[in-house]
Design a protein around this ligand. Structure first.
Ligand code: UD1
Length: 434
């Protein structure tokens, strides 16, 4: 397994370009299954999860061409398999996003039930209940979810999610786009990625209103067609580089981002003493303020509140802030695995239930570390960048799932980081997903 060797203590300086949003590209690729015509997606990030999603589409019988590195032309005309096998689902939970489109277009789908992962049990019961409410029969057979629309087509209904679910909202939106009649999704997720997917679906001929609010209305249509769409920029990659600027005492110009997708993160960083200037609608200038970092409490919540996908990176920042901060994780039950690694570097962190108490500022010392999930890996890279001495982070395949050329990007900003490749024999595929 590859490792990162980081020698900390250097302030990051320069300009950085943010890539397309992984969590938007994943459902948008799945949406191409809804039509036999070609869907062209631009700004698809070149990360492992997207390579996996592409493989899933190809296994189902779709053709995927990449005329340019970040452009995918997907034609799901020859789809003749309706199932996502365990081998793919175990490496990436987002493969459950194939369920809605397959069920809606072909009236049948089989997707392996994802198991738990490093950050919690992560069931998909809300997706499945919603499909049933749209008229599907859903069974569990030997670890697979088998869903069928008895009359070949789903029927619109009111879906009132008892909990906000991002991929659940996306799955239902895609399924309802081809259903008979109107579907209303209540308590819908409001993440920018939902809005992006709805924009693509509407370009394909869907009739979706209200995406980005907590109530989405979808009038089902008989068929969807091809479309061309550019994926929005990745707000979590943006937030990660914002923390990188602040934690290393450097200054970064972060380009091709959408600050309005990061309102809660920007507000929290400003409260913590980080200077964030919006130079233009797609560029942020970020640096640590003159009086250093201040401890500030944070609670993760669904968008537009502070995202759980920035919690680990914020924890790294709080180890460098003066005072005591409480970080409350309300989305996933087991998302503090990075804390134990930071403690090994010298951080003062106590976990009690879903609350982490961080006392700072502590001097971090380089150490051998183990990455446990995607965002945890990012937080360990951040901690290592401000630590004294060398840090060796193992299992960085997690970070490759969601951050494009992270080593090259950090090196271009002055970081001392290198990837240490290990032999193929040592590589073990593990069931992990975020
Ligand atoms: C998505 C994001 C992930 C992010 C998360 C929360 C993608 C590909 N991934 O994951 O990066 O961390 O949103 O913002 O977009 N739940 C259930 N039953 C369900 C579905 C969810 O109990 O059927 C629970 C989950 O266990 C979790 C909460 O609902 O506690 C929110 O999860 P959800 O929004 O569904 O996360 P994902 O869509 O998997």
């Amino acid at each position: 397994m590859d490792k990162f060797l980081i020698r900390g203590g250097l302030p990051l300086k320069g300009k950085i370009e943010i890539g397309g949003a992984k969590n938007s590209a994943l459902p948008c690729l799945a949406a191409a299954l809804l039509t036999p015509e070609t869907v062209t997606l631009h700004n698809v990030p070149y990360v492992k999860d997207l390579i996996t999603q592409r493989r899933l589409l190809e296994d189902l019988g779709a053709t995927v061409l990449t005329p340019e590195l970040r452009t995918h032309k997907i034609t799901a005309k020859g789809v003749d398999v309706y199932e996502a096998p365990y081998e793919l689902v175990k490496t990436m939970r987002a493969s459950v996003l194939a369920l809605g489109p397959l069920l809606a277009r072909f009236g049948q789908a089989k997707v392996s039930l994802p198991g738990g992962c490093a950050i919690g049990t992560r069931p998909i019961d809300l997706h499945l209940r919603a499909f049933e409410q749209l008229g599907a029969e859903v069974l569990l057979e030997r670890g697979d979810v088998v869903a069928r629309a008895p009359k070949g087509r789903l029927k619109g209904n009111v879906i009132d999610f008892e909990k906000v679910t991002v991929t659940g909202t996306e799955n239902v939106m895609m399924a309802a786009a081809l259903a008979d009649g109107r579907t209303v999704i209540k308590n819908a997720a409001m993440e920018p990625e939902i809005d992006d997917l709805a924009n693509l679906l509407n370009k394909m001929g869907a009739r979706i209103r209200g995406a980005g609010t907590d109530t989405i209305e979808i009038d089902g249509v008989e068929a969807l067609g091809g479309a061309e769409h550019t994926i929005i920029s990745d707000r979590i990659e943006t937030g990660t580089f914002m923390v990188a600027a602040a934690i290393t005492g450097g200054e970064l110009e972060i380009k091709s981002c959408v600050p309005e997708h990061l309102t809660a993160v920007i507000a929290k960083l400003r409260d913590s003493g980080v200077v964030v200037e919006e130079i233009n609608p797609s560029t942020l200038l970020v640096r640590q303020g003159g009086s250093g970092l201040r401890a500030c409490n944070v609670t993760t919540e669904p968008h537009p509140q502070f995202p759980t996908d920035m919690q680990a990176q914020y924890m790294a920042l709080m180890t460098q802030a003066d005072g005591e901060s409480k970080i409350v994780e309300t989305i996933f039950e087991n998302r503090f695995m990075h804390a134990a690694e930071m403690i090994r570097m010298g951080a003062d962190i106590h976990i009690s239930g879903n609350t982490a108490t961080v006392r700072g500022k502590t001097k971090l010392m380089g150490a051998p570390l183990l990455a446990s999930d995607l965002r945890a890996s990012a937080s360990l890279v951040l901690a290592a960048l401000c630590a004294e001495g060398e840090t060796l982070i193992d299992r960085v395949y997690h970070i490759d799932r969601g951050y494009e050329t992270i080593v090259r990007k950090l090196r271009s900003l002055g970081a001392d980081i290198e990837r240490i490749k290990t032999s193929v024999e040592e590589t073990v595929a593990e069931p992990v997903a975020v």
